[in-house]
Design a protein around this ligand. Structure first.
Ligand SMILES: *[C@@H]1O[C@H](CO)[C@@H](O)[C@H](O)[C@H]1NC(C)=O
Ligand SMILES: *[C@@H]1O[C@H](CO)[C@@H](O)[C@H](O)[C@H]1NC(C)=O
Length: 192
């Protein structure tokens, strides 16, 4: 009898080891349960560096960056208040004709009264290789007169779930007439 109890006891312990990490601990009065990282296939966090080019095209018949709010009247020369909605191509090389690996979708606005500085809120939506369908969310301050601007990566979807990190943006060409710009983005991101 004792042997039998011991046997079922062992079975029960083994089962709990398998089942509890999967279903987690459940509190009847809660809408939250803790679950195991491994169960969600989140094994090892890694650090990746992505490099691509962002094309802010305001001119021509197919602009991908469109002013949706003009700068307010009687505001300083910094264009304070202007907002652009973007669906900009992200390419492997610096030329717009090079391979498109995703798009930057969102908007930016001139958010400083006495300097040229943007608030940028956008998603990098990737369409290439294993990252096809995954996206990174970027939200930050872009002081466009500086050579290197840093903005936080605040999250992501798909392969970028739980992502965090930062981007460095460098303008590599700007047409002063059309305001079209090509910006190099170096993205450093921790993800699973
Ligand atoms: C990316 O995914 C979409 C939707 O699943 C698919 O139609 C497209 O062909 C994929 N692109 C590449 C380059 O794999
Ligand atoms: C800027 O754009 C205008 C209009 O497309 C073009 O004529 C001019 O050559 C461009 N300037 C530079 C430096 O590329």
């Amino acid at each position: 009898m004792a042997k039998l109890l011991h046997f079922f006891g062992t079975i029960f312990i083994l089962l709990s080891l398998v089942v509890f990490p999967i279903i987690g601990k459940k509190d009847e009065n809660s809408f939250e349960i803790s679950i195991n990282k491994e169960f969600m296939s989140l094994k090892r966090e890694k650090l990746s560096h992505f490099k691509f080019y962002f094309h802010d095209i305001l001119s021509g018949t197919k602009p991908t960056s469109i002013m949706i709010v003009p700068p307010q009247k009687n505001t300083p020369k910094t264009g304070f208040g202007m907002v652009n909605m973007i669906d900009n191509a992200l390419t492997l090389g610096p030329k717009l004709s090079s391979k498109i690996i995703g798009r930057a979708q969102g908007f930016y606005g001139l958010s400083a009264l006495s300097e040229l500085s943007l608030l940028m809120i956008m998603n990098f939506n990737f369409i290439e290789g294993k990252y096809n369908g995954s996206s990174l969310a970027v939200l930050g301050r872009n002081s466009i007169v500086e050579i290197v601007r840093e903005m936080p990566v605040i999250g992501g979807s798909g392969l970028f779930r739980f992502a965090r990190g930062y981007v460095q943006a460098r303008t590599i060409s700007l047409n002063v007439t059309t305001k079209d710009a090509i910006v190099q983005y170096d993205v450093y991101v921790l993800h699973y």
